[in-house]
Design a binder for this molecule. Structure first.
Ligand code: AVJ
Length: 339
């Protein structure tokens, strides 16, 4: 071997490790899914909580959905966010930026870019999600882009575990992507109340709402021509197969998504295309489906200015700023505690 003694080996400077994760979900998830599914699949309208869409594959499919031409919410929200980010983040220093449901990096990068390096070096980004892998992957991307950033990943169910979050510093909660639309009205008010209960005067809450618009536009967004949404919907059955040792055959179900005008929501269902019997071994359960019967897998509520104002009022929050695109397809609303 030809060793070249002139070469001095300089140690590679270790990257600063500014990612810490806290896991509050251990054990909880397995208990929850067993209990949830037992209840939900014995109800007269069978249903599955939509949080179970997001295993690693489901999270990837959702990111694909966000890039579909028919799925307008992501790009519309992002465009609004770009406009308001300087105002939101220009003075955001020594504070915590909490993101409930870490949803791909594009949105949070828009905010962090606008913060500028000097603010960024003093703030902390706190993604809260039930998927540890989603948090860690996203955080690694952010740390490559912003080596000065501190990230505290919190693996938790933000609908029931908000009290685990640090409260020492001023903070802004972000609840983007109209994820709030997945909740029933009462649930969303209780959730906003739980956020406001964890807010200090001066703290802010930024919420993304998908607005009511034409039925054609809404339904196209959930029935894309490439079938990604269908694949996303059916993947929840794979999640049950994996988590509960079940034997769903996803091809025995069809994707169904429609706008329920009375409920002001898109409903997604999986419809049995034959009579089916499924075993869920881990919870010692057998479920029958008649051909044409559906499992309701998601509600995605669509909002109006009035419905948002009513919710905020009922949750004890006041609306500080209101931002929409020209067409009024999506709104980003900044809320705070009542003065
Ligand atoms: C992540 C809940 C906002 O309701 O539009 C996308 C999920 N479902 N396509 C939505 C979803 C089908 C999405 N949210």
């Amino acid at each position: 071997m030809n060793m070249n003694h002139a070469v001095t080996v300089r140690p590679v400077k270790p990257k600063p490790r500014s990612l810490e994760t806290l896991n509050y979900l251990d054990g909880k998830y397995k208990n929850d899914i067993a209990k949830d599914i037992r209840e939900c699949l014995t109800a007269s309208q069978k249903h599955i909580p939509c949080k179970y869409f997001y295993d690693a594959y489901g999270s990837r499919l959702f990111e694909d959905i966000c890039r579909l031409p028919e799925y307008y919410p992501t790009c519309t929200e992002l465009a609004i966010l770009r406009e308001i980010a300087p105002e939101l983040m220009g003075t955001f220093a020594h504070k915590d930026l909490v993101e409930l449901g870490s949803g791909g990096n594009l949105k949070i990068q828009t905010l962090l870019d606008a913060a500028g390096e000097s603010n960024r070096a003093t703030l902390r980004y706190i993604p809260v999600d039930i998927s540890k892998s989603a948090i860690v992957e996203a955080a690694q991307g952010l740390l490559e882009r912003y080596p000065e950033l501190q990230v505290l990943g919190v693996v938790a169910d933000f609908t029931s575990q908000l009290d685990v979050l640090p409260t020492e510093r001023p903070l802004m909660f972000c609840f983007l992507g109209s994820t709030i639309g997945n909740m029933e009205e009462d649930e969303s008010i209780a959730f906003l109340q739980s956020i406001s209960g964890n807010m200090k005067p001066g703290d802010r809450l930024l919420v993304g709402f998908d607005m009511v618009k034409s039925k054609e536009t809404l339904e196209a967004a959930y029935n894309d021509s490439r079938g990604v949404t269908s694949e996303f919907n059916k993947n929840v059955l794979n999640v049950l197969n994996k988590e509960l040792n079940a034997n769903f055959d996803p091809s025995h179900f069809d994707h169904l998504a429609f706008f329920n005008e009375a409920g002001s929501r898109i409903e997604m269902h999986l419809m049995a295309n034959r009579d089916i019997s499924v075993k869920l071994e881990s919870i010692d359960m057998e479920v029958e489906f008649k051909r044409g019967e559906t499992i309701h897998t998601e509600n995605s509520r669509k909002f109006t200015k009035k419905s948002i104002e009513d919710m905020a009022a009922r949750a004890g929050l006041c609306i500080r700023n209101w931002h929409s695109d020209r067409d009024g397809w999506f709104s980003l609303v900044v809320m705070g505690l009542n003065p």
